[in-house]
Design a protein around this ligand. Structure first.
Ligand SMILES: [Zn+2]
Length: 329
């Protein structure tokens, strides 16, 4: 990549591409050419500009920059549970500031597109989320950063002491999930632990009625209440980062991946969101409250939870599942 600037570790392809055009280092790589390719490809069909190495957009962009397909390798997908690009709005403010200092423009990182990445492991702060729906563009980072500054009273809630204090627990859960997700990339590995993580997060983030969703009643996700499987899958993909952070932490506590010393503060952090329902007081009660489903669907989920946790010895998980399954016994 001699003619272009190197990507940051984990930078999104579209973000890096935007930088080449916005701040050309060597030779002329006009931004409008890249934007034109993007718009032209968008009109022909929807595509993932960041993770689909065989898309026409990637081929034409690489050609424009006189790069080969192997130069795209550093952008290859490192996470499998991706938030669809029209729902991506999470970012680390401090990362943006660092990028601006380094490159003059903010950049987007791939890990911000992952469902369970909700804190910045470089700056040890929670990711922020911009409200609203975006028309995804190559200049997404610039747009989010601009929005933050235009409406920072809405977007920026000063990180509370509790949230910062819960950072070690949040980071350890995030790192654990990243390890589990990566371990299944090699073939033939049992993926039940990964599927269990996904199922728990989906249950917590079930639109409208899931327990975390119910703690944020003003931010409903519009869904058809009849479509159970659809809703189960869409919840984590369309939920904002604050909700995903709670679901991830709850899942980590159930799976017992938080150090004993970090647990009390993590539990206090969770309870600060829930002074009314006491969902988070004990694992069996949490399981009972998390089962917001009709009897048939609750039974299906309960069967899956039992199956996926068959080889795991963990009293917290057992308590959760017995609470979840309780009314069907
Ligand atoms: Zn950061």
């Amino acid at each position: 990549m001699s003619k272009v600037s190197e990507p940051l570790p984990n930078e999104l392809f579209s973000s890096w591409l935007f930088r080449q055009g916005a701040i050309p280092r060597v030779g002329k790589l006009p931004l409008y050419d890249l934007v034109e390719i993007y718009q032209d490809c968008m009109q022909k069909g929807d595509f993932y500009p960041d993770f689909d190495q065989y898309s026409e957009f990637v081929s034409r962009s690489l050609k424009q920059l006189e790069l080969s397909r192997s130069d795209f390798d550093s952008f290859s997908q490192k996470c499998s549970w991706l938030i669809p690009r029209y729902y991506r709005g999470a970012f680390c403010y401090h990362c943006f500031c660092d990028h601006i200092q380094q490159f003059k423009v903010p950049t987007m990182l791939a890990e911000w597109c992952s469902v369970f990445h909700t804190v910045c492991s470089i700056h040890l702060v929670p990711l922020l989320d911009t409200p609203g729906v975006y028309n995804y563009k190559l200049s997404m980072a610039l747009k989010l950063f601009g929005y933050y500054h235009a409406a920072n009273n809405i977007v920026f809630k000063a990180h509370s002491g509790l949230e910062i204090e819960a950072m070690p627990a949040l980071l350890s859960v995030q790192a654990y999930m990243f390890r589990v997700e990566n371990s299944i990339l090699s073939e033939g590995v049992d993926d039940s632990k990964w599927r269990l993580i996904q199922l728990l997060i989906r249950v917590f983030l079930y639109p409208r009625h899931g327990i975390i969703t119910s703690l944020f009643p003003k931010q409903a996700i519009n869904t058809d209440t009849q479509l159970f499987r659809y809703n189960l899958h869409v919840g984590p993909l369309a939920s904002n980062v604050a909700r995903r952070r709670l679901a991830t932490l709850l899942t980590g506590l159930i799976l017992d991946v938080v150090e004993d010393g970090d647990r009390p503060i993590a539990e206090r952090y969770l309870r600060s969101f829930d002074q009314r329902h006491h969902y988070f007081d004990n694992f069996s009660g949490l399981g009972r409250s998390a089962n917001v489903f009709t009897q048939d669907r609750g039974r299906q989920l309960s069967t899956q939870l039992i199956e996926l946790s068959r080889n795991i010895y963990n009293p917290h998980l057992d308590g959760f599942i017995s609470g979840f399954s309780g009314r069907f016994r």
